[in-house]
Design a protein around this ligand. Sequence first.
Ligand code: NCD
Length: 312
Amino acid sequence: MSELSVNHLLGIKYITERDIQLIFETADHFKEVINRPIKKVPSLRDITIANLFFENSTRTRLSFELAEKRLSADVINFSAASSSVKKGETLIDTVNNILSMKVDMVVMRHPNPGAGVFLSKHIDASIVNAGDGAHEHPTQALLDCYSIREKLGDVAGKNVVIVGDILHSRVALSNIFALQKLGADVKVCGPRTLIPKHIEKLGVSVETNLMKALEWCDVANMLRVQNERMDISYFPTTREYTQQFGLNKAKLESLDKEIVVMHPGPINRGVEITSDVADSGQAIILDQVQNGVAIRMAVLYLLASKIERDEG
Ligand code: NCD
């Protein structure tokens, strides 16, 4: 039996292509399970998982919780407003308190980049990064690539453009790493102010003209403009942003091919994507959400099987 090369999922940067393929194969199995009348399996019956959310989340938290429950794990939840948490000291204290209740795995979202890596050096439990600041969001990238594979057969050889607020997006960085490991060609597109300097060093190309990027791609992943992470103004007005970088039906229909449209959610309808596009047959946004549960079941299952093996 294959196993993951890591004991934690801290970022796509730290895993191999083989790990990703193993997660996908395992998710295929769990996808079949969650479409059965009885959606639950006993795989994690002896495992206790703590979901620690130091930053707001709706769909990621629900998706992890559902994945854990479908695997029959015992689950405890902790949420804290980001403002009440200081980097370092309180994080270790909080987590150690929770671990003393015999928790095996921690799923953590935290506003500080590197919070998961930091924690993994100080505690015994297996850690899954559910988003660390603007750094990584590995399960989102896995479910995005899995959804592309499901829709187009394979990720290798596909042209994928990530559009919008690349600068503040952990989804963008994790997607870049995952797509490249799986053999896709990646472009980023958005206003210059929202594209990190030197991003080309990651092997992606930059395009500031949305129509050119759309003509090139097989898949467009439309990111949310993350106003809550912006301390200055990065573009003149939302209306201008939408005109230049928003996706609408007219832009899609002017292409001579049908591209796949993705969005990690939550959507700002009418800003980065219009409702008629978000709700169209070209968009796989709800498939992404559905696949998120199977992917998270796969990640938790594969990491948990390493815990048991290490102890034996
Ligand atoms: C993303 C996130 O939180 O990083 N959303 C998510 O996980 N569903 C993207 C976003 O907030 O725009």
